[in-house]
Design a protein around this ligand. Structure first.
Ligand SMILES: Nc1ncnc2c1ncn2[C@@H]1O[C@H](COP(=O)(O)OP(=O)(O)O)[C@@H](O)[C@H]1O
Ligand SMILES: [Mg+2]
Length: 236
């Protein structure tokens, strides 16, 4: 059974039909990439999973449990961590304080629950800045902190919405290395991205979206070798 399964999902904003019969699955320990141009429906897919844009048709399950009708905070408690595009941190709190306020005791993720110390082991750069107010961090540091905060809920699966967006190339490299270490802990991830290069080492499998529909799915090596798909559906 997949850890996370999306089947036949249709999603709307008001009368606008955005996702069409969308299906994807993520197995335990897998990193799955959701690729597609701007407006393809990546963010809407993640929001459907977390319950911010509840599907009007179809089914989303976590370990076989139907998530239909659950508000986002309940979905989070069941083990889905969501890192939205806009980085939500408390600018006047330090890094350590941002982590402590995000700590959740219901964590049901794989292995031990996350603590600030465990997060600092994974993100040594954040550890060196632990007493700095988050508002004074660079964009890349804020992105790392946003991910770290979500880990404090000890999720079973982490949804990341365009984590590399707006970051300088060197910072993107650093973030990629850190997500690779996170994958090394066994954490399951679903990563929405436009930056194919950023995820090409990290991802195990790929879904390519266009106009709210899955246009391609395959393993990362298959996808990387398929220049036609990349040209047809992505800005590369
Ligand atoms: N709040 C909204 N209201 C209406 N339409 C929206 C809203 N958010 C996104 N859309 C539309 O939904 C489509 C998919 O958007 P989105 O999921 O954000 O794509 P992506 O994340 O792949 O860039 C786009 O056509 C976009 O204009
Ligand atoms: Mg988006």
């Amino acid at each position: 059974m997949p850890l996370l399964e999306v089947r036949g999902v249709d999603a709307y904003y008001g009368d606008s039909h955005i996702l069409f019969d969308l299906a994807l699955d993520v197995a335990e320990g897998e990193v799955v990439c959701l690729l597609g141009r701007n407006g393809a429906g990546k963010t809407t897919t993640l929001k459907s999973i977390i319950g911010l844009v509840p599907p009007r048709a179809g089914c989303i399950t976590l370990r076989g449990r139907d998530l239909a009708g659950l508000p986002p905070f309940r979905v989070a408690r069941l083990g889905i961590g969501y890192v939205p595009e806009e980085r939500r941190i408390f600018g006047n709190l330090t890094i350590r304080e941002n982590l402590e306020v995000a700590r959740r005791t219901w964590g049901n993720g794989a292995g031990q629950p996350w603590t600030a110390d465990r997060v600092f082991e994974l993100f040594p750069h954040l550890a060196t800045l632990r007493d700095r107010p988050a508002g004074r961090l660079s964009g890349g540091e804020q992105q790392m902190l946003t991910i770290a905060r979500t880990l404090m809920g000890s999720p079973s699966v982490l949804l990341l919405d365009e984590p590399s967006e707006g970051l300088a190339p060197l910072v993107v490299e650093m973030l990629a290395a850190q997500l690779a270490r996170l994958k090394g802990t066994g954490l399951t991830m679903l990563v929405a991205e436009q930056n194919v290069h950023f995820v090409s080492e990290l991802g195990d499998r790929v879904y390519v979206l266009e106009k709210g529909t899955v246009r391609y799915q395959g393993t990362m090596p298959e996808f990387v070798a398929n220049e036609d798909v990349r040209r047809a559906h992505l800005a590369v």
